[in-house]
Design a protein around this ligand. Sequence first.
Ligand SMILES: CC(C)(COP(=O)(O)OP(=O)(O)OC[C@H]1O[C@@H](n2cnc3c(N)ncnc32)[C@H](O)[C@@H]1OP(=O)(O)O)[C@@H](O)C(=O)NCCC(=O)NCCS
Length: 176
Amino acid sequence: MSYSKTFKELDKLEHDRSSFDCGEKELNDFIQTRAAKHMQAGISRTMVLPGSMPLPNQKHPICSFYSIAPSSISHEALPKSMAKKLPRYPIPVFLLAQLAVHKEFHGSGLGKVSLIKALEYLWEINAHMRAYAIVVDCLTKNAESFYAKFGFEVLCELNGRVRMFIPMKTVEQLFS
Ligand SMILES: CC(C)(COP(=O)(O)OP(=O)(O)OC[C@H]1O[C@@H](n2cnc3c(N)ncnc32)[C@H](O)[C@@H]1OP(=O)(O)O)[C@@H](O)C(=O)NCCC(=O)NCCS
């Protein structure tokens, strides 16, 4: 399987959700059953990197995807050095709610490409609607070390997951 050059918004008619397998049941379930519903409900957006060749059902396989949503974090959750410069009410952030790569591509650099594309997309949104940081909720220790590699730092624990963040000022250095 080879993949296209650009991410596209998930389209049930165009993208084959059922063949996606990243090795994590929760993320497979999300893309297969919830991502499109959440978009329809207006609570998140999922972008997919389609395979370049269609399957026999004429749909394109999904090689990787990411989902984003607006969110906020409490002032108290931030490190003191950051919090002291900010007002004492919920701080707007972007949530990188999901990111996964089909297991056929694990270790081939697609996770890095997908993360950079997600950060770039959020950076573009930030030009119109500002957020202080990007946060991710890590499903596993593996995810935690993946994000740590790209500069995400631990923020807190939330619902049994480690929440990590990267300030928008750091993202700015990548794209400006
Ligand atoms: C985590 C995941 C997205 C990584 O994708 P990938 O395509 O295998 O990663 P890449 O090949 O792009 O690796 C990029 C870099 O991250 C590193 N990396 C990859 N997985 C890692 C891990 N689990 N822990 C630490 N580093 C990791 C690679 O060594 C590589 O480093 P390099 O640039 O110095 O060579 C993928 O394994 C996946 O989809 N896992 C299941 C879903 C998941 O856990 N998603 C995380 C969000 S909850």
